[in-house]
Design a protein around this ligand. Sequence first.
Ligand code: G6P
Length: 482
Amino acid sequence: MLRHTKIVATLGPATSSFEEIEAVIVAGANVLRLNFSHGEADDHRDRARIIREVAAKHNLFVAILADLQGPKIRIARFKDNKIEVKNGDVFTLNSKLGYEDGDSEQVGIDYPALITDSKPGDILLLDDGRVVLEVTAVDKDKISTVVTTGGPLSNNKGINRLGGGLSAKALTDKDKADIIIAAEINADYIAVSFPRDEHDMHEARALVTAAGSKAGLVAKIERAETIADDEVLDNIIRASEVVMVARGDLAVEIGDAALVGVQKHIIKRARSLNKVVITATQMMESMITSPMPTRAEVSDVANAVFDHTDAVMLSAETAAGDYPVQAVEAMDRICRGAESSRNLAKSGHRLNEQFDHIDETIALAAIYTANHLDGVKAIVCMTESGATPKQATRLRTSLPVFALSDNPSTQTKVAMYRNVHTIAFSPSTMNTDEINQRAIDEVVKTGCASEGDLVVITKGDYVNAQGGTNTLKIVRIGEKIQ
Ligand code: G6P
């Protein structure tokens, strides 16, 4: 059985060599994430080269996701590297303090606009909420606070505000330079951290295009204000190819109690708008130091599969953990187990909607047909850009969807899409009668269907015509096919 849910694995110090990266890919990673918050340009270049080499060696289609650092707001550093604050302590964030001069009473900040963004009563969460400060006063250079949750605090820890609303622009100068590197290594996807609205995504799109890249944009949903208003969220989704439920910072800003409901909402909105969605952060966190996941982690991954996420993501588990390969194997196993559950097989999703486009209608009709006609074993979408199989798989099916394309960038891009499996296919060298038969031959080679089974095919009147899908055909393997 082909796994439907795709696995994104982050590379890092634990996954740098050819052998380490090969092991993660062979274990089932479909998309590899290069985290531009860490490492130098040459580290990313080397890893990208290895990914392409391994994929070619194993005849696999593996996409590369370049994840930009974005404007993480951080405290500066302490003279002694680390301090301890206690409940009730008075603590000051001081933009005029020397960068290395923090102590147990005050510390510098690398984002002076935090002062204008803050007001008395605000709750600031440091180090993902491990230390909590309540703002008592704000003046020109300083934010005075009282500690409400104490604990250790070390250099450069992140700052979030409960409820969100910090004004930092999504794209920093570093991100702009990194977009050029991502274009150079031909990343299939580029992720934008902390977008506030669709304008941040448009700005990223302009920079990516100017760098000569056709990468799909991933909007990381991690600010409270982007999920507080459905219009803002939908517009960000529309301006992107993929959204990521970036649960780390998002949970800090909205509180962990709201997180799971928000995750389900984002996945639903993305799928309704024909977009792709990744569920990310701490999915297998304990596997950084343990060879097996906890039951809660198993449940978390399975729930994301039940929500119909396209992909689940591993971060430190594969980048810096002790068991990167086991983490991918565990995810693979859990996804397959959840997918075989009966309540996932069919969909009532979008049954009451009207569609604007012929290709979208054909794509969704293909799934409806396949789900309701006995004997169908696979769906085949001839595609130029990947749009048809993506639209098709916004509806649920337990049957595999094959993307037949001769466009190399599409062949890797669909590695992110739930239940879409690439078959390299060059229809322009075939005569029209041959195309369907050759497509069926390819499906039979995968082992998913054989003589007597039905296959649903979508295509257009012309070969290599993006957006031209207008035909739905049902063929029986072994019978004469036109
Ligand atoms: C292939 C087929 C065309 C079809 C197109 C759809 O190129 O040969 O007949 O129109 O895919 O591509 P799309 O990018 O819209 O999925």
